[in-house]
Design a protein around this ligand. Structure first.
Ligand SMILES: [Zn+2]
Length: 438
C-alpha cells in the first residue's frame, strides 16, 4: 500500500518575538484562558442586548472583527488558532476525517480522539507550553484529545457524542471547573470550548429570534465568567481571550435561488472515486483515474455561484490547498450556496465553510485581564495572529508559525508589551512541502 509522507521544509524569514529570561522587577507571565464560542459571527452582539459583552469591551479589548482561515470550518479553524499555522500547513483540512482507500468518513466528533487526523507534525500550544514547563488543559476544545509527537495535553476533556450544546447550568459548572484548575491545581493555560451559537445558527439560521436568544445566554455566561474570576481571586493573574472559529450565513434554497446540484451534471458512478460533498459551502472530489479533466471541464461552468478549481490552481491566498490530504478538485459556493452532490438533503438553515473574505464568515475577538488595555477597540486581524499573542502572554517561546505579534501588540498595556526585549520583526514564513512517496 502506498503511503505518502509530507516533509515540511520551513524557511523562516521572520524572527518572532520570543521570551527572554526574566529580569529583576520585570512583570512575570500570567495564566491564560482561551474561550471559544463556536460559530459566533462578528456582529451577533449588535442586534440584541448584551450587557456583559458591553462591560467586557469597557474592561478590555474588542476587535472590530477577525478573519478565520479558509476553510471556515470548526476543526481546521480551531487548530489554526491553537497552532498559528495555515490549514495547508497543519493538515487538519476538514471537520471530517476521511480515507480515500477505505472510503470511510468520520464525523467531527468522531475525530476528536483520533491522533492520526490531528498530529501532522505541527505542535499546538498546549504541547509547546508543556515542554516549557507550563501546565495546560483543554475543555472540549477541538484537537485537545489527540496526542502530538507522542504527548498528550496534561488534562483533556473531550465532548461526548450526546453532549448537549446549550445547557446553561452546565456552561456555568464548566467555568467553575476551569477556575478550580487554575486556583487549586495551578494550571497555566486552559482552552474552553462551547458548541453554541453554531448549533442554533445551523438549525434555525443566523437571522432568527432563536439566535438572539442563544446570544443572550452566552452573554449571561460571560457575566458568570467575569464574576467567577473575581470570586476565585484571579483578576490580577488571569488573562482571558474570547474568540470563535467562523461566522454563519443563511442558506439559500429553492425556490428563492437555483441550488447547486452536481448530480444534474456529472454521473458520479462513472467519474468519481471519492468525495466530500453535501457538507455546506465547500466540497472536494477525487476523480476516478483519468477523469479529472472531464469533471473539471463540466463542473466549472454549471452554476454562476459555484467556484471550481483544480487543486494546483486554487488561489494561494487561501493558504489551503497545498496539503497532501486536499483532493484534486475543490469547489465552494458563494455565501449561502451549499455544494450539493448526489442529492439535495441538506436541512441546515444556516451554514459556514464559505470564503473567509465574506463578512458573514468573520468572527469575534475579545480580551481582558492584567496584560490588556481597557476600553480599546482593535482593528480587524486574522485569527492566525492569536497564537503568537498567546505565546507572548504565557512567556512561551513559539514554534515556527505564520502569525505575527505585530497585529495585537497595540492591545497590550505597557507592562505586558514591554516585557520582551527582542524586537518584533514581521516576516513571512515560507513553507515548502516536499511530498515524497514511500
Ligand atoms: Zn465551528
Amino acid at each position: 500500500m502506498q503511503k505518502s509522507l509530507a516533509l515540511n521544509v520551513i524557511i523562516l524569514t521572520a524572527v518572532a518575538s520570543g521570551p527572554v529570561p526574566w529580569e529583576e522587577g520585570q512583570e512575570r507571565s500570567h495564566k491564560l484562558l482561551l474561550v471559544s464560542f463556536d460559530g459566533f459571527r462578528w456582529n451577533y452582539d449588535q442586534d440584541v442586548d448584551t450587557p456583559n459583552f458591553d462591560n467586557l469591551a469597557k474592561d478590555g479589548v474588542k476587535a472590530k472583527y477577525i478573519t478565520p482561515p479558509f476553510v471556515t470550518m470548526t476543526s481546521p479553524s480551531h487548530f489554526t488558532t491553537i497552532s498559528g499555522r495555515w490549514i495547508e500547513d497543519h493538515g487538519v483540512i476538514h471537520n471530517m476525517m476521511f480515507n480515500t482507500e477505505t472510503l470511510r468518513k468520520y464525523s467531527h466528533k468522531a475525530t476528536q480522539n483520533k491522533t492520526e487526523w490531528w498530529d501532522n507534525g505541527v505542535l499546538p500550544l498546549w504541547i509547546t507550553a508543556q515542554n516549557q514547563g507550563k501546565k495546560t488543559a483543554s475543555f472540549h476544545y477541538p484537537g485537545g484529545g489527540a496526542n502530538y509527537s507522542g504527548q498528550s495535553v496534561n488534562r483533556s476533556l473531550v465532548e461526548a457524542f450526546d453532549h448537549p450544546d446549550a445547557n446553561e447550568t452546565e456552561w456555568q459548572e464548566n467555568i467553575d471547573i476551569v477556575m478550580n484548575w487554575f486556583t487549586q491545581e495551578d494550571f497555566d493555560f486552559v482552552t474552553l470550548y462551547y458548541g453554541e451559537p453554531d448549533n442554533v445558527g445551523h438549525k434555525f439560521g443566523p437571522e432568527t429570534e432563536n439566535r438572539k436568544v442563544i446570544i443572550q445566554q452566552i452573554d449571561r455566561t460571560i457575566g458568570y465568567l467575569t464574576a467567577a474570576i473575581e470570586k476565585y481571586g484571579l483578576k490580577d493573574t488571569l488573562n482571558v481571550i474570547i474568540t470563535s472559529d467562523h461566522g454563519m450565513t443563511t442558506v439559500k434554497k429553492n425556490p428563492d435561488v437555483e441550488e447547486i446540484f452536481l448530480a444534474k451534471h456529472i454521473k458520479f458512478s462513472d467519474l468519481v472515486k471519492f468525495d466530500i460533498l453535501d457538507y455546506g459551502g465547500f466540497g472536494m472530489i477525487l476523480p476516478k483515474p483519468g477523469k479529472e479533466e472531464e469533471i473539471y471541464q463540466v463542473l466549472k461552468n454549471v452554476h454562476p455561484h459555484l467556484k471550481v478549481y483544480k487543486k494546483e490552481e486554487f488561489p494561494e491566498d487561501f493558504h489551503y490547498a497545498k496539503h497532501e490530504r486536499v483532493l484534486p478538485i475543490l469547489l465552494y459556493g458563494d455565501p449561502g450556496y451549499s455544494v450539493n452532490g448526489r442529492l439535495i438533503l441538506y436541512i441546515n438553515k444556516g451554514d459556514h465553510g464559505f470564503d473567509n473574505k465574506d463578512s458573514d464568515m468573520k468572527t469575534i475577538f475579545r480580551a481582558f485581564g492584567p496584560s490588556f488595555k481597557k476600553d480599546y477597540l482593535a482593528e480587524p486581524f486574522d485569527s492566525i495572529h492569536i497564537y503568537p499573542l498567546m505565546c507572548h502572554l504565557l512567556g512561551v517561546q513559539p514554534e515556527p508559525n505564520n502569525g505575527s505579534l505585530e497585529f495585537t501588540l497595540d492591545m497590550l498595556n505597557s507592562a505586558a508589551s514591554g516585557c520582551f526585549l527582542l524586537p518584533i520583526i514581521v516576516g513571512v514564513a515560507i513553507v515548502a512541502h516536499l511530498v515524497v512517496s514511500i
